[in-house]
Design a protein around this ligand. Structure first.
Ligand code: IPE
Ligand code: IPE
Ligand code: MG
Length: 250
């Protein structure tokens, strides 16, 4: 596992519930995605104030290609518009943007914009914003295994050299600390292929709020809740300092 020395706070958000939000308003699913993309701007801007150094947003999974073509195309268009509209502002606010995921299946025009945004914000030293598009944790791990196997075959390394830190360095997230806190909106209680390797000691929250309704205040409350948790990483805390929530039958 990665041991980070500088104080970082990495929050991952599985932005879920756009479709149900739209349905509840009597709107088409795509309107939920449009509204969801609007929420991103506020949330990104609030991060430094909340002490968040890294924000990773799950925007589109490797499984989401199974959705109707019209919804997939709509989402790709929304991502494209988001980048076009926000590129200058993100740079101005010092936000360094990275994308994780497969990329080659993403339409060329969007891929070009993703690369441009990464290049434009490469020197930014404020918030580290990572957007997961065509991202699946299993795919990411399989690609890492392929890369490592190639190095073994070429004789550069031997199988015994493969350890956790080599895996860390072979994943799309190689430049990021592990996520401290993962929030999934909409009340679903699963990860749906998000950061499986990286989240072994993450804290979780599953607020019953659809992503288009998730506000900066909600994020503030979530981060405050996270700050009160007692993370042990498999070790023990000194007696008397343990503020574990275990009470009943404990
Ligand atoms: C999350 O909202 C956005 C994506 C997965 C792209 P959903 O579209 O999954 O919304 P629900 O879960 O159907 O409400
Ligand atoms: C996970 O949500 C992916 C994103 C939020 C981008 P889904 O809505 O695709 O996940 P399932 O299908 O409910 O597990
Ligand atoms: Mg969903």
């Amino acid at each position: 596992m990665k041991h980070v020395t500088s104080p970082t706070l990495h929050v991952g958000i599985i932005m879920d519930g756009n479709g149900r939000w739209a349905k509840a308003q009597g709107l088409a699913r795509i309107s939920g995605h449009t509204q969801g993309a609007r929420r991103v701007t506020d949330i990104v801007r609030a991060c430094p104030d909340l002490g968040i150094s890294h924000l990773t947003l799950f925007a589109f999974s490797t499984e989401n290609w199974q959705r109707p073509v019209s919804e997939v195309e709509g989402l790709m268009r929304i991502f494209q518009q988001y980048i076009q509209r926000k590129m200058a502002g993100l740079r101005k606010h010092g936000v360094r943007v990275r994308f994780i995921g497969m990329r080659h299946r993403v339409p060329q025009n969007l891929r070009d914009l993703m690369e441009e945004l990464e290049a434009q914000t490469r020197d930014c030293r404020g918030l580290n914003l990572t957007i997961a598009i065509d991202y699946g944790s299993r795919d990411e791990m399989a690609r890492a295994a392929q890369e490592i196997a190639g190095r073994v075959v070429s004789g550069e390394i031997s199988p015994a050299d493969i350890d956790e830190s080599m895996m860390d360095r072979s994943l799309d997230t190689r430049e990021l600390p592990d996520p401290d806190f993962i929030i999934r909106t909409s009340g679903e209680l699963r990860l749906s292929n998000f950061l499986l390797w990286q989240s072994v000691y993450s804290e979780y929250s599953f607020p019953k709020i659809s992503w288009p309704d998730f506000t900066v205040e909600d994020l503030r409350r979530e981060v405050a809740d996270f700050a009160g948790r007692n993370r042990r990483f498999g070790a023990v805390t000194p007696a008397g300092l343990d503020t574990s929530p275990l009470t009943a039958r404990g």
